[in-house]
Design a protein around this ligand. Sequence first.
Ligand SMILES: Cc1ncc(COP(=O)(O)O)c(C=O)c1O
Length: 362
Amino acid sequence: MRQPRPAPWTEKIPAYVPGTSKDTIAGRYGIKDPIKLASNENPLGPSPLAVQAMESAMAGAHLYPDPDAVELRAAAAEFFGCRSEEVLAGNGSDEIIDLLCRAYLTPGREVIVPGLTFSYYRIASLVCGAQVVASGMRDFHIDVDDILHKSSEKTGIVFLANPNNPTGTCLPEGEIRRLLDGLPPETLVVLDEAYAAFVRQSDFLSAVELIDSHPNVATVHTLSKSHGLAGLRVGFCVAGEPVISALARIKPPFNVNILALKAGAAALRDADFLNKTLETTWQGLDYLYAEAQKLGLAFVPSQTNFVLIRIGDGCSRVYEELLKRGIITRAMTGFGLDDYLRVSIGLPRENEAFVRALREVL
Ligand SMILES: Cc1ncc(COP(=O)(O)O)c(C=O)c1O
């Protein structure tokens, strides 16, 4: 039959699998308010200053938002310690990843993506007709040597989440520098720092500090995790001006909506909320480590707001039994980690409910 056909490479694109929603579990098991520890969201809710800013912005909802996001970019520049000209705002960092791929990839180019990482890098690369080359992992860490080994003149982009999702591990400054030293200046190195605010490892370096010396570095940031605005969709690219102007040329004109512009700027200035978020996350992580140890379960020490816990045989049964008890975690089967659950840090009572349910199920 004659019909429009999508680009041939779209057929190979795997669907993004999101965390199971509270509504799904509420409906399936008749549970009133399930606890969602599946998508690394902020358990404290949105920043109160962001809520206030949204309330005031609502009356302007009939107007188009500022296409240049001037106020939001200025707030981001202050937060990240760079200039506004080095910031582009996006509809979540997913859009930033998309824009980077659309700007720097052509069909046939290669993209190096670590074997265990955020799945959208692969999807966004395939959308552009690029070939995805998986690099190996070394004990849950990104393997810089393998990335260098697999890079060639065909490599358009190297994606690297630092800290990484779903492993929670972080590459130290020395490894990032070694990677940059070993790659040609034509390869764009995308360092996704979605979880950078949560890092406690002392040898971590935000790659924002490298953008002036390395025109091939683009950093990615989000307000979905540390700033509690996942539902509003605010993300940033922080990079040298040539990268920012390439993205600015191809972005949809009004990509960040009027509520997100105002709430994002307010959230970036809400230092109290960020401090409370970090305190809650770090206490929650330490609590889960201690409880996992008591249960004899191994885990991967994390620099993020989630942790991978090794459940062992019967992990999928444990995952399902937790769902029945109203606790939503993330099964890692899609990553080939059949024995592991990824658990986002919640409020203390949510973490305790998870541990109680886990103990019961085990
Ligand atoms: C490493 C990483 N990058 C980017 C994102 C996407 O975040 P956003 O909500 O800003 O699109 C996520 C979301 O889980 C993530 O884990």
